[in-house]
Design a protein around this ligand. Structure first.
Ligand code: ADP
Length: 446
């Protein structure tokens, strides 16, 4: 049965993105929101807005019982979590399920499994995905851990089992640094995630970040190809593009990720993240069990509305497409226009005195910004996602230069100057990009 009313438990550009698709599908859009967002576009455009004003603004979106109550009071059939906030919270999914409300995403068991990087690694290795050499159990004992690191071979990386957002990871070059790095990673993991379990993995030198978009209905899975996301600051993406791989490689890794998703009974949109080393070998990193910021890149090159497809499988539909329906056309690039200074990446909240976003052939801009918009300092700094499509990569890059030059944002600092320099940088133009790109190109930071 189709949903009649869905609660959006998110804010900003992704709330607007979800709202528009609900409209297209003839579904009523309700939204829960904090005080800072009461005048925002998604709140103004929603059919029903549910204020949840809190002293700590994050609680407006993170308080599980408040969101569940809003969904109940407003008689919503389902909740769309977007990304961040409660999108990967198994307890939230459990509570909604208990109340007979559908969570648009996978089951709480699947979220629990995938939220633990150690278990996710083991599950995906069992399904045949390649993983980097590393520990299959959490470690805390320094001696055991350092023996394992020796066996794996330095450099290694210590990561939190419950990790996210690149927090706490420690790269260790040699044995003498190991003990202190282990302690630091465990204490950071404990304070950020309330879980001090960590694991050790081979550090992949000169790696590229490549990820696959998957859609599954609980039984079968299909993939929509890859996105290349190596241009990162502090392990967070700034520029994403696709396609990146040969047709043969896409189909090889694509088959594997579908098998991985099917092996855990996955339902909804998922992203399988990999590192690819300089030999072209792939190593599974993690599964993000939700819509991702950069899903838009895939929409431009495949022509499918991924948010709509995610809602349809949540409604109980079988996959409405088969693998052979998915074709890739041209090239797309996305620049994240964060409200940050383009040198240190410090958030720059404030009022947008004026702004103009580009449009035209081959251009897409997903943003909740408008002239007069007050960018709050308490949330993520993503202000707009600017995308261009081209017949090939050069065409998409040329169009991105034009689009960036046309964009006007007055009142806050933003990343347009950085993106504009990247679009002219030689290694970027030659596709010679690894996850160290920004570290190796400090001259781009102006
Ligand atoms: P998180 O969930 O915290 O974002 P991920 O496991 O997805 O962590 O990794 C995020 C980023 O950290 C990767 O894109 C990469 O830049 C770096 N990274 C993680 N694991 C490794 C590794 N084994 N070797 C090299 N870099 C890594």
């Amino acid at each position: 049965m189709g949903f009649k009313r869905v609660l959006i438990a998110n804010r900003g550009e992704i709330a607007l993105r979800i709202l528009r698709t609900l409209r297209d599908m003839g579904i009523e859009a309700a939204i829960i929101h904090g005080k800072e967002d009461r005048l925002s576009l998604p709140v103004m455009m929603s059919d029903i807005a549910y204020p949840n004003y809190r002293t700590n603004p994050l609680d407006s979106y993170l308080d599980i019982e408040a969101v569940v109550n809003a969904a109940k009071e407003l008689e919503c059939d389902a909740v769309h979590p977007g990304y961040g906030f409660l999108a990967e919270n198994a307890q939230f999914v459990k509570r909604l399920t208990e109340e007979g409300i559908t969570f648009i995403g996978p089951s709480s068991d699947v979220i629990t499994l995938l939220g633990d990087k150690i278990e996710a690694r083991a599950a995906m290795e069992a399904a045949g995905l390649p993983v980097a050499k590393g520990s299959s159990e959490p470690i805390s004992d320094e001696k055991v851990a350092s023996e394992l690191a020796e066996e794996i071979g330095y450099p290694v990386i210590i990561k939190a089992a419950a990790g996210g957002g690149g927090i706490g990871m420690q790269i260790v070059e040699e044995e003498s640094q190991f003990a202190s790095a282990l302690k630091l990673c465990m204490s950071r993991a404990k304070s950020a995630f309330g879980d001090e379990r960590v694991f050790v993995e081979k550090y992949i030198q000169g790696a590229q970040h490549v990820e696959f978009q998957v859609l599954a209905d609980g039984k079968n899975a299909i993939h929509f190809g890859e996105r290349f996301c190596s241009i990162q600051r502090r392990h967070q993406k700034l520029v994403e593009e696709g396609p990146w791989l040969s047709d043969e490689k896409r189909s090889e890794i694509g088959d594997l990720v579908c098998r991985g998703a099917e092996s855990v009974g996955y339902k909804g949109l998922a992203t399988f993240e990999f590192l690819r080393d300089s030999n072209g070998d792939f190593y599974f990193l993690e599964v993000n069990p939700r819509v991702q910021v950069e899903h838009t890149v895939t929409e431009l090159i495949t022509g499918y509305n991924l948010v709509e497809l995610g809602i349809r499988v949540a409604q109980g539909e079988d996959l409405p497409l088969s693998q052979s329906d998915i074709k890739w056309r041209g090239h797309a690039i996305q620049c994240r226009l964060n409200a940050e200074d383009p040198k240190e990446f410090v958030p720059s909240p404030g009022r947008l005195w004026d702004c103009h976003f580009p449009s035209g052939f081959g251009i897409r801009c997903d943003t909740h910004a408008h002239p007069g918009y007050e960018m709050p300092g308490c949330f993520d700094s993503l202000l707009a996602k600017l995308l261009t499509w081209g017949h090939d990569r050069d065409d998409a890059i040329r169009r991105m230069r034009t689009a960036l030059d046309e964009t006007q944002i007055t009142g806050v600092q933003h990343l347009i100057p950085l993106h504009r320099r990247i679009m002219d940088e030689e290694d970027f133009l030659n596709r010679d990009v690894t996850i160290q790109y920004i570290d190796n190109h400090q001259e781009l930071l102006g």
